[in-house]
Design a protein around this ligand. Structure first.
Ligand code: 6MZ
Length: 353
């Protein structure tokens, strides 16, 4: 049986008029990870080139890296079935092997910009793309970010449609976090399109107490701050409170398991929440759409932005995520067009610019 695809089913249930309505709706995509959003055909091209090159360079046998890239790409081609969210992060080593040069990064960045913003049927009117700068034998972290920014600036010279959020991974050392903050500030001061800092990565990895001063420095430097927070049932409540009190977040990612105290802070301070419906369902942190925390935020008329998270493994796009709002239960939440329009407006008001 092929893996569930909730968003595609919701989209398929809509009328042509409803799809046209969603397409015409001005909206912002604010939570999408670059390496999780590479269109599959582009990733397959990079994989072929990588495997051809490694068979020419190799000593006849297939290297362990080639084997794991092959297995990783096959897993993505078949459609990823996750038992739990921690399985999700094992997808990235294969993808990272293919995006380890400035040229590959430029290729995937352009493909993502085209998927979200270009063509006859753009997914959104504004995009904040996020990525974690990696150091590889072929590039420094600065060269990584410059490759992504160069492609963004070429695609959108006027700077109205796309900006970059620099991600920090929970597994990083404090020294690397400090280096990334320096880099983000320097690039922004050079006039490059960096608008925010994100905290991402496996939700239980790392000790986050040392990171707060670095995030406060970024906030003081004028960046929007977004944090993956309380994404799993085992995210410690004490860490969630520490994030809210000490990291100065401007937006929150997921915020699935906030307890009463944390929820009160989020409502009192009006901190918008990035909602990724398919991601939560497929990572099994939320059982059904009916149980999804979006309902709570909607009841309170709290600011949210509907986002895709990682279109590649979750086989979704922004239109399909909006279809989950509009489609009739049980496929969707059955909201009215007016309600969906209001949610799209909220996404625009949550931008970091
Ligand atoms: C936490 C996530 C994520 O930065 O290399 N990432 N972190 N929760 C999620 N929800 C399912 N989805 C993606 O993109 C890939 C990286 O984004 C983070 C992970 O750290 C992943 O390695 P970039 O472009």
């Amino acid at each position: 049986m092929s893996p569930a695809n909730f968003a595609a089913e919701a989209l398929a249930s809509l009328t042509d008029a409803q799809i046209s309505f969603l397409q015409a709706l001005p909206k912002a995509e604010l939570h999408t990870h670059l390496n999780g959003s590479i269109p599959l055909p582009i990733l397959q091209e990079l994989a072929h080139a990588f495997l051809d090159k490694s068979s020419v360079n190799g000593s006849g046998g297939v290297s362990a890296v080639s084997e794991s890239v092959k297995a990783g790409i096959e897993r993505l081609e078949l459609g990823v079935e996750l038992n739990e969210i921690h399985d999700f992060f094992s997808l990235f080593p294969a993808i990272y092997a293919l995006t380890s040069t400035p040229q590959a990064l430029r290729t995937v960045t352009l493909a993502i910009l085209e998927a979200f913003l270009d063509g006859l049927k753009p997914q959104c009117t504004y995009l904040e793309l996020r990525t974690t700068p990696r150091e590889t034998p072929a590039m420094t972290r600065r060269e990584y970010l410059e490759a992504v920014l160069a492609e963004m600036e070429k695609f959108d010279p006027e700077g109205r449609r796309v900006n970059l959020i620099v991600s920090v991974d929970r597994r990083m050392s404090e020294g690397v976090v400090d280096e990334i903050m320096d880099l983000a500030i320097a690039l922004r001061d050079e006039g490059r399109r960096v608008v925010g800092i994100d905290l991402c990565g496996d939700p239980l990895a790392g000790d986050m107490y040392g990171f707060s001063k670095h995030f406060r420095r970024a906030k003081a430097a004028g960046f929007g701050i977004t944090l993956h927070i309380a994404e799993t049932p085992d995210s410690p409540a004490s860490e969630t409170l520490h994030f809210l009190e000490s990291f100065a977040p401007t937006r929150l990612g997921h915020a699935t398991f906030l307890d009463e105290e944390a929820m009160k802070i989020v409502f009192d301070r009006d901190i918008p929440v990035e909602i990724c419906l398919s991601s939560n369902l497929l990572c099994k942190t939320v059982k059904t759409l009916d149980d999804h925390h979006i309902r709570h935020y909607l009841q309170q008329n709290h600011a949210i932005a509907i986002c895709t998270d990682d279109t590649l493994p979750f086989r979704t796009d922004l239109l399909s995520e909006y279809a989950l709002l509009l489609a009739k239960p049980p496929l969707g939440l059955g909201l009215s067009q007016e309600e969906v329009q209001e949610i799209a407006n909220m996404s625009l008001s949550c931008r970091f610019i």
